[in-house]
Ligand binder design. Structure first.
Ligand code: MRU
Length: 369
């Protein structure tokens, strides 16, 4: 996607030095555009855990590249396989909720187990990392092609009037390698000349909506309005939202979807107001091993300081301010689970389906048990 008119992906291999993986450091957006070079597994782990890079798809792609960096490091180790195994454990431990992380690391381990010499391992890990990243972008592009049909239909029903879409957090291209999941249908609608407008939930505590989604949409010229997290229900009651699209960090085989904290409340409000609520995801976000999202999905608990403090621009400088009494305790759950019964449909790279096991498996028959 475009930044100041120039095309970028969120992660790429440095053309001149293939031992460097470059990423956009999202901690500084929307005020500063900073590129970070990841040169080791440890740096990759810190970047994921401290959210220099974030979002399910991008976390997965970064972990794929992290395993490639691990093979470069393993060249100087006595026990290559043990080093790769430990690197995989470290990467998987960085963040628990997005299943794309586990998916990418396991895919690398499986590919690596098929070759013996370290030079072959380096080659295979590089190819696999590139493939994971390529697929992530391509699947999001296809999500856009499928999802746009829903927006098109709403636009037709409204006789070409503006389609208002509400989204939560950032499931845009910054959360993936390109296009985004929730945003891909919106970008495709813009390409097809459909009039769209996006309500962007600010998404406390880290403000991924206000800082990242708003920035993305601005760069792509999509009309949008940032709203405080508690505003969505009011807008829905007054006919100002035509549909909701969110991303997801882990979806069970029965269609329950974990996403950024607050998503569940938006789904409840949408149900109450008869507004379609869609979840967009690439297949790497399905966790085929589990059924009951509320019981089986681990919800990340992050540092309470993310709730107590906020970052923003002040007199031209990035500053952090305290918004609670210093001694008030806070708690910081990163995600919640929206039960399948509140979800109108899942938009995947293979098409749109209802959020239930039978319909999901029609799109992904190879996952039948
Ligand atoms: O904590 P984050 O920013 O990594 O959260 C992940 C998300 O971006 C959202 O939950 C998003 O909607 C999921 S889609 C990548």
């Amino acid at each position: 996607m475009k930044v100041e008119g120039k095309n970028y992906r969120t992660i790429w291999l440095n053309e001149n030095d293939n031992a460097i993986v470059s990423v956009i450091d999202q901690r500084f957006l929307p005020h500063q555009f900073v590129i970070e070079n990841l040169t080791s597994v440890n740096k990759t782990c810190v970047a994921i855990a401290d959210m220099h890079i974030r979002g399910a798809g991008l976390i997965g792609a970064s972990a794929g590249y992290g395993m490639y960096l691990a093979t470069l490091e393993a060249k100087n180790k006595k026990n290559v396989d043990e080093y790769l195994k430990q690197s995989a454990i470290k990467l998987k431990a960085t963040r628990p909720t997005a299943v794309n992380l586990e998916y990418a690391v396991n895919r690398q381990l499986q590919a690596l187990s098929k070759v013996k010499s370290i030079d072959e391992k380096i080659f295979v890990a590089k190819q696999t990392a590139l493939l994971i990243a390529y697929e992530d972008a391509d699947y999001c592009r296809r999500i856009g092609e499928h999802g746009v049909s829903i927006i098109e239909q709403i636009s037709k029903n409204k006789k070409g009037d503006l389609v208002n879409i509400l989204t939560h957090c950032n499931a845009g291209w910054l959360a993936f390698v390109d296009y985004g999941s929730a945003t891909a249908p919106i970008y495709e609608a813009q390409k097809r000349g459909i009039k769209v407008h996006v309500y962007v939930d600010e998404t406390r505590p880290r403000n991924q909506g206000a800082s990242l989604t708003a920035w993305e949409l601005l760069q792509q010229g999509i009309p949008h309005t940032v709203i405080a997290d508690n505003t969505g229900g009011h807008l829905m009651q007054h006919g100002m939202v035509d549909m909701v699209i969110t991303g997801s960090d882990r979806v069970t085989r029965s269609g329950d979807a974990a996403n950024k904290i607050g998503t569940y409340l938006k789904a409840l409000a949408a149900k109450d107001n008869n507004i379609p609520f869609y979840v967009a995801l690439p297949s790497s976000t399905f966790d085929w091993k589990i059924k009951d999202g509320r019981k089986d999905i681990e919800i990340e608990k992050r540092n309470p300081d993310e709730v107590k403090y906020m970052q923003g621009l002040c007199d031209g400088e990035l500053k952090t301010i305290l918004v609670t009494p210093l001694n008030s305790p806070a708690v910081n759950y990163g995600f919640d689970v929206t039960p399948a019964r509140l979800i109108t449909g899942l938009i995947t790279e293979r098409g749109i389906c209802k959020a239930n096991e039978k319909d999901i498996l029609k799109l992904f028959p190879e996952q039948k048990q």
